[in-house]
Each structure stands twice: as structure tokens, then as C-alpha cells.
Design a protein. Structure first.
Length: 297
């Protein structure tokens, strides 16, 4: 199927393309604007979910919940020694009381700095092998020397956030596919309307020996050009909106929201959307025009 986006002067006169910008182009600009925003949301959320999974994989927190200071310190020392000797553990470090007080301050206020307040000891652990079997071995080894220890897997308590982000990614993909379907429907309606408008001209072309395929090429080139130009306009505005939102997210200082950023590959995919939609519009226009010509002529 050959497609030539730059129409000849004869084609433009035949299809009345000298009337200036058509509504079709602006409809496609709006469609691509919404599509690029949805795609950017999906790609950004996918990037953030991947980063979150990578950061949380193999991360454990060991809490020594023991009210007595000496017993807590002794169990913490034994747990650290065991953890650093396990082959599954890549890093194990105790969280200082100062850092714990800072973490508790939003809930306890100034009382969190009270030295008499019993605060559980915490140990951050990074596993070299992020598997359930490795977590089970580490948990068993820690509890053997520190009965008051409680092992929390970061991946487990952050799984609702990860699931939500995956849901948003699939929702964005669904919106992109929905917009693609809507674009095809708009193209089909526009092609059929154009056929009715130029019905007499098409009959003359047929009497002069033009085939259905040649007539269809006139419409598909026109619609493809409208879709490409409108898509580029919509993509440009959507890209500016994405950059603006990204700058606003960067000022929030949130590690989770900071992961909502687009890579070079993501930007390339967004820039390819107008071309993909132009090809889709070309195919839809060709099928619609050929099908209509077989019925009405």
C-alpha cells in the first residue's frame, strides 16, 4: 500500500483542500494531546513502579522489640553479628537512635527524644539474593539469637502501592488503545462524509477509468496528512504539559513521586505516536473508502 503524504496540486483542487485548515486536523490534535498525556502517565508510572520494585527487592528491617536496654543492646549485637556472617546478606547496619527519633517525631513530637522512652532497635538489611527462601533463612537465624526480633520485608508492606501503580499503568494503556479506536472511528466517519460530498466527482473519475484504489489513495493521503499535522500539534502541547508537571513533581522532594520521570526511550515512544496514528488513519481511511465504493458505486 503506497502512501504519499504530499498531495499534488491536482489532488488538492479535486478534494477542495484550498479551503484552509480543516476541522479534522484539530480533532486529531485533541486526540493526540489526550493520547500522549495518557501514554506519558503510563510510562512514568511504569518507570516509578520498576524503580520501587528494584529498591525494595531484598530489603529487610529487623526490629528488636525488647523493653530492657541491656537485653535489647545484647540481642541487637548478636543479631548484627549473625547477619553479617550470613552469605545471603550483602549489608547490615544498625539505625542510630537519633535517626529513629527523627522518624518518630511526626507521630510522637518532642516526646520522641525522651531518653527514657523505650524505642525498639532497628537494623537495615540488604540481601544479595531476594528470594523467599533467603528471607526465611535470615529470619530463622536472627530469631535464634534474638527472640525479640521481628523481621519485616519492605516488599510486603509496599505491595499495595506497587499494585496500584501497576493498575494505573494498565489503565493508561487501555486509554491509549481506546483513543486509537476512537481515532479510527473518526477517520471512518470523515472518509464516508467525504465520499458523499464528492460523490459526483468520484463518478466522473470512474467514467474516466480511475479505479477504486486510486480514489481511495486520494482520501487516505488527505486524512493521513491531517492526522500527522494535527498529531504533531497535539503532541507538542502534551509534551509541554508533561515537562511542566515533571518540574512541579521535582519540587515536592518525594522519592516516590520523583520516580515518575520519563527516560529517553519513553520520549522517543511519545514522539512516534503521531506517526503511528497517521498510519492507523491511513489504513482505516483506505478500508472505509474501498468498502463504501463497493457498496454505492
Amino acid at each position: 500500500m503506497s502512501v504519499r503524504l504530499i498531495t499534488s496540486a491536482a489532488d488538492r483542487r479535486l478534494l477542495d483542500e484550498s479551503r484552509g485548515t480543516r476541522a479534522m486536523m484539530w480533532i486529531m490534535a485533541i486526540m493526540l494531546f489526550l493520547t500522549v498525556l495518557a501514554a506519558a502517565l503510563g510510562l512514568g508510572t511504569l518507570s516509578a513502579a520498576t524503580l520501587l520494585d528494584r529498591q525494595l527487592a531484598g530489603r529487610l528491617t529487623v526490629q528488636i522489640v525488647e523493653p530492657g536496654d541491656r537485653a535489647r543492646e545484647a540481642q541487637t549485637a548478636r543479631a548484627l553479628a549473625v547477619l553479617r556472617g550470613l552469605p545471603e546478606v550483602r549489608r547490615a547496619s544498625e539505625v542510630s537512635r537519633t535517626e529513629l527519633v527523627r522518624l518518630l517525631q511526626p507521630w510522637l513530637g518532642p516526646d520522641g527524644a525522651d531518653p527514657d522512652l523505650p524505642v525498639p532497635a532497628m537494623i537495615d538489611v540488604d540481601l544479595g539474593i531476594a528470594s523467599d527462601a533467603a528471607v526465611a533463612r535470615v529470619t530463622h537465624a536472627v530469631r535464634a539469637v534474638a527472640p525479640a526480633a521481628r523481621v519485616d520485608r519492605h516488599e510486603s508492606w509496599m505491595s499495595p502501592v506497587s499494585n496500584f501503580m501497576n493498575m494505573v499503568t494498565w489503565l493508561a494503556l487501555g486509554l491509549v488503545l481506546l483513543m486509537a479506536g476512537a481515532t479510527a472511528a473518526v477517520v471512518i466517519l470523515a472518509a464516508r462524509a467525504g465520499l458523499e460530498t464528492h460523490r459526483d466527482t468520484i463518478e466522473v473519475l470512474h467514467m474516466l477509468g480511475s479505479t477504486d484504489v486510486q480514489v481511495a489513495r486520494l482520501f487516505q493521503r488527505r486524512i493521513a496528512l491531517d492526522t500527522l499535522l494535527g498529531g504533531m500539534i497535539g503532541t507538542a502541547f502534551a509534551g509541554g504539559m508533561v515537562v511542566l508537571v515533571g518540574l512541579q513533581l521535582a519540587t515536592l522532594g518525594s522519592d516516590l513521586l520523583g520516580g515518575l520521570e520519563l527516560s529517553t526511550r519513553d520520549w522517543l515512544l511519545l514522539c512516534l505516536l503521531p506517526i503511528a496514528f497517521a498510519l492507523l488513519a491511513t489504513f482505516a481511511a483506505r478500508m472505509a473508502v474501498l468498502g463504501a465504493l463497493r457498496r454505492i458505486l
